[in-house]
Design a protein around this ligand. Structure first.
Ligand code: KIV
Length: 269
């Protein structure tokens, strides 16, 4: 079924060209995807951040392709309009071009994603070209790329030194040339993100990269205040969902203990 008004990678380019900011949220479940879609969020990224937010891992390295496929399916069932992008988890890329391409294909064929995201700079060019060659749009991701945390020595801002900044700008240009339709810039200084955004004709999507990117992405759990993980500086909490849930559960527990729930209203005759 072709859905009217479905956002595609062509819309991403149009938004960049017309100066319209792109909205993206990392989300993993059917009910949340439904809300994001109804509100009109341009794109849902089924991020491997689900390893931390949903599965309780310390980082994203344990996330499997099967995890990603399962959550992509849930998100795609909840969404009609938003562009759905599936994240390629650690070791689903990088072993061989053939495996990388098959894994990207599984996110589309089984996970119902419409594009994939791949972390890394110039070292990923051959993967991007191969994935694109079978008809899958690729979103790049540079800066603080969580699958590389053991190389970075933790979750640290990238591109602060001149040489590192120069390399990131070069990477962005090389990935654009390889055919990505956009690039996530994570945790880099805002001036560098601005320079990259001005030097690329494809859109940049920032997370911890300042206001001059062409779009923004946040993890849903951070945005709604559900996450219990330490809040990075770049997160803005738009609601305190933890508190709302906690209050509801406490009230339920109290009412059951006091014999107030269920009442006549909730029983069958
Ligand atoms: O996994 C994820 O959710 C991401 C975004 C934070 C960009 O990669």
């Amino acid at each position: 079924m072709v859905v009217k008004n479905k956002i595609t990678v062509k819309d991403f380019q149009r938004m960049k060209d017309e100066g319209e900011k792109i909205t993206m949220i990392s989300a993993y479940t059917f009910p949340i995807a439904k809300i994001l879609d109804e509100v009109g969020i341009d794109s849902i990224l089924v991020g491997d951040s689900l390893g931390m937010t949903v599965l309780g891992y310390e980082n994203t390295l344990e996330v499997t392709l099967e995890d990603m496929i399962r959550h992509s399916q849930a998100v795609s069932r909840g969404s009609e309009k938003s562009l759905i992008i599936g994240d390629m988890p650690f070791l689903s890329f990088g072993a061989s071009i053939e495996e990388t391409t098959i894994n990207a294909g599984r996110l589309v064929k089984e996970g119902k994603c419409e594009a994939v995201k791949l972390e890394g700079g110039r070292e990923r060019i051959k993967d991007i070209e191969a994935i694109k060659a079978i008809g899958i749009p690729v979103l790049g991701h540079i800066g603080l790329t969580p699958t590389y945390i053991n190389m970075f020595g933790g979750f640290k801002v990238q591109g602060k030194e001149e040489a590192a900044a120069k390399r990131l700008l070069e990477d962005a240009k090389m990935l654009e040339k390889a055919g990505i339709f956009g690039v996530v810039l994570e945790s880099i200084p805002w001036k560098l993100a601005k320079e990259i955004s001005e030097n690329l004709s494809i859109p940049t999507i920032g997370i911890g990269a300042g206001e001059f990117c062409d779009g923004q992405v946040l993890v849903i759990d951070d945005l709604i205040g559900l996450s219990s993980i330490v809040k990075p500086k770049f997160v803005k909490k738009y609601s305190d969902t933890q508190k709302i849930i906690r209050n509801a559960i406490q009230e339920y527990s109290k009412e059951v203990k006091e014999g107030k729930f269920p009442s006549e209203e909730q029983r069958y005759d």
